[in-house]
Design a protein around this ligand. Structure first.
Ligand code: SF4
Length: 297
């Protein structure tokens, strides 16, 4: 790498709440990269940067942004990297960015489970604060069909371990992921998983098909019928009605969402459900399935 500039390996993704964060790519792509619904990193071959490159990039970024207070580590999953490299990265970040108040990253249940509670506690106390976990579903059949590489039980175990280590958890569920066949089970079992985890933040997104619906169906080795827009809202209502959360911040404000909700759960649960009931009652049934093929999600 040239000493004087840093090149990001595109595409670069980060959660909406990291819009103002400095981004450091410790890896390129996703180590798993096999979830049928996900095209985020399908154009990238997974790799971990050498420690010498990570050091150089931290030095460069901290020189460019000495007052940065938030930093997001990319790409897809920090826990695909070995414990010692993560630890040294976090320690160097804290030393180099003296105003840093939050370091965050995507994480997956699968790789989180390969770390011990003691290791996770050490990473937390070094300065890694917030983990974004794409749970996608709490239903084992949906997880299996979508090739997520994990189960309800493994996701629960990983999230509870991360919480016990002190991490703040922001989790994502994908509305419509089970299609018409598994919509009910997807909603009810996702709520069940969320009730067990009690995440700090919950983001509800809607399944999208950035490379086209046909591409998705060809990739999926299972019949799939996308929900209509009305069915998406009904599934959202079913999920919300089964949630028993104590103090989770809820958002459905991603570009893929039809309905923007922001609030606290369970505090705003009844309000959200009443609004949904009103909208569902007054929405004309459109048989056409929800097929969002936007490439900008
Ligand atoms: S959903 Fe997450 S784990 Fe699955 S392929 Fe996409 S980035 Fe990787």
């Amino acid at each position: 790498m040239n000493e004087s500039f840093l090149v990001y390996h595109e595409p670069v993704f980060r959660p909406p709440s990291e819009a103002n964060s400095i981004i450091l790519q410790v890896t390129h792509g996703c180590e798993w990269n096999r979830c049928t619904f996900c095209e985020m990193y399908s154009s990238k071959r997974f790799s971990i940067k050498p420690w010498s490159t990570i050091q150089k990039e931290i030095n460069l970024l901290s020189g460019l942004h000495p007052s940065a207070n938030r930093l997001f580590i990319g790409d897809g999953d920090i826990f695909a990297v070995d414990f010692e490299t993560i630890l040294q990265t976090i320690l160097l970040l804290k030393k180099s960015f003296t105003k840093l108040r939050r370091i965050s990253s995507y994480a997956s249940s699968r790789t989180l489970n390969s770390f011990s509670l003691e290791q996770l506690k050490e990473l937390k106390s070094a300065g890694l604060d917030l983990l974004y976990i794409g749970l996608e579903s709490g239903d084992d059949q949906v997880l299996s069909i979508m090739n997520k590489g994990t189960t309800f039980q493994e996701q629960e175990k990983a999230a509870l371990k991360a919480k016990a280590a002190g991490f703040k958890l922001s989790v994502m569920i994908l509305n419509g992921l089970g299609g018409t066949e598994y919509s009910q089970n997807h909603a009810i079992n996702s709520a069940k998983l969320l009730n067990r985890i009690q995440p700090d933040l919950l983001a509800l997104l809607v399944i999208s098909f950035p490379l086209g619906y046909d591409h998705f169906k060809n990739r999926l080795k299972h019949p799939f019928e996308a929900l209509s827009q009305l069915e998406i809202l009904k599934e959202m209502r079913l999920l919300l009605s089964h949630l028993e959360l104590k103090s989770t911040v809820f958002r459905s404000d991603h570009a893929s969402n039809y309905l923007v909700f922001k609030g606290g759960l369970n505090r705003d649960k009844d309000k959200f459900i009443n609004q949904l009931d009103h909208i569902i009652e007054h929405t004309i049934q459109v048989k056409k399935p929800h097929i969002n093929e936007s490439r900008f999600l």
